[in-house]
Ligand binder design. Sequence first.
Ligand code: ZN
Ligand code: ZN
Length: 670
Amino acid sequence: MSNGFADIILPVALAGSYTYGIPPGLHDQVQRGTLVTVPFGQSKSCMGLVVSTHNTQPTEFTPKEITGIIPLQTAINERLTEFLLWVSDYYMALPGEVVKAAIPSADDLVSRAVPRKKRNPRDSSEARVTLPAELNALQKEAFARIKEQFNDHGVVLLRGVTSSGKTEIYIHLIREQLAMGRQVLYMLPEIALTTQIIERLQKHFGDAIGVYHSRLTSASRQDVWRKAANGTLGAVLGVRSSLFLPFRDLGLIIVDEEHDSSYKQYDPAPRYHARDAAMMLSRIHGGVILLGSATPSVESYHNATSGRYGLVELDARYGDVKMPEMIVADTRSHGKKKKAVSHFSSRMLDAVGAALARGEQVILFQNRRGFSPYLMCSDCGWVPRCTNCSVSYTYHKSAGKMKCHYCGKSEALPGVCPECGSTALSTRGFGTEKIEEEIKLMFPSATVARMDQDTTKRRNAASRILSDFAAGATDILIGTQMISKGLDFEKLTVVGILDADSMLWFPDFRAFERSFQLIEQVSGRAGRRERRGTVIIQTADPSHLIIRQALKHDYKAMCSTQLEERELFGYPPFTKIIRIVVRHRDLDELNLSSARLAANLRRHLGKFVLGPEFPAVMQVQKWYIKTLLIKLGKELSASRVKEMIRKAMEAELKMPRKGMLRIHADVDPQ
Ligand SMILES: [Zn+2]
Ligand SMILES: [Zn+2]
């Protein structure tokens, strides 16, 4: 007899699933993974995901009935359903939050009848396909080694220095999978990178490859969704959310730039890490996964050298292009010699001038957007701050405003200091906007462009900036870490890193690793063709270990010193971290709740619980924040600890209090 009831997850932030009746006409069609419409609350047709069917009549209420089925083409399959439930469990998110994040524009799927697409002759994947270029000897060897490693390992790490030709190797691997009739997911950390690489891939794979990210129109996203489900798309190039596409049979996942922190989702839930979650997705499909990077994360490299992952290393740049010459510019001595405040050392300016004179291009990297990170009254030291968040405003000169980078609030500049009435408000520090202004004054005949969050808000803005630079229409490109990745420019020979110190002294246990990776990645853009590139690093601490390791491009030394420290201080990969974030608008309530939660957790987990502590920014959008850190040694079972944390969080939320308390857990925070 067929089942009469279905347990359904709705895309709302409520715990658990809901039981609905299956009307007789739909019995054959409702199963685990089916997307259905159901009445819920005010809504007559809310989209839901069926996770199981059964014949157990609920005793406490009369279940409502399923009202419809979303056409089969958009159904989620069994494998994706399993994956979504795993994400919910592992990352301590509610199943409804995961469903909400995973299924695109649920309203559209429901309200708009899915148009039956006429078959377009151009949909044929045989059209306009060219064969990939031959691999050189080193690439061939790496290609063979990767496949050999896949015999014994589900995961292989490919560490290939910048410009070693990793993409060509990926193309050959994708081709093999498609020939076997399996699908491939090729993940990149940033949208700008996908638009750059997709043309290259379409040359080889035609319409068998699609691209997926949040800036696509809703219609295009649904198109990719359907084609991934029915198998017309053999390969998808996408950012982290592409993990949630309903692939039929994933043979291979490539996670390129695997060290990149953009793979981590911060807000809202699920707070997943796409690289790590991809491991589970790959296992569910019985496929393999290739991590690629010039500077792998310390964790991944540790896993590879200790034998958990396969490891393949490519140490030569493609076509024997030399690694760039690395120069340190000491900003201390430069500060002493010159009185005028300039953000550029003379070495930096000489190198930029020389490159421009030769008709070459320059990239200047500064990991702060805006004009200056803060303003200050020169007379009394008053600093304007956001009234919602405990951070100073960043000054944006072109907008003529001070903006909060945490909540987005903006305000006009005060005419006088509210503390002392002085009009001497001065800018402190420097962001990309200020660099742009100064460099234009110093090199008036050069064409200058800036690439950061502020200049790339509109669709295609990022790819236009990059294609202008690639075409030589721009001489100097200034940018944040958006410009550090994957890009290849023929005439780019000089790269300047303006403030290495602000990266090094960022308060995070990964700051040194991240600084090395950024320096190495940005440097990798220089001199990728005939002429050897030059990289100039400005720092007040030239003897810093990370700077010295970066000068020698010594990734392995960086990794081993960082691993020693991680082991000594008990950080990943030697421990597992769960961060618990507690928020309340009232400071006393927050202090009380977070202390009680900590005490409750300590009763079970003792010394593994650290905090509560105020984070560097202790108030955002009027919510005060405290965090608890749980560092799990290898001896504890992570799933049992998570269950304990879940219960403690629930208990705390039920305590009587004034106002609303919010708590969430962040598993493996980055
Ligand atoms: Zn003042
Ligand atoms: Zn704010």
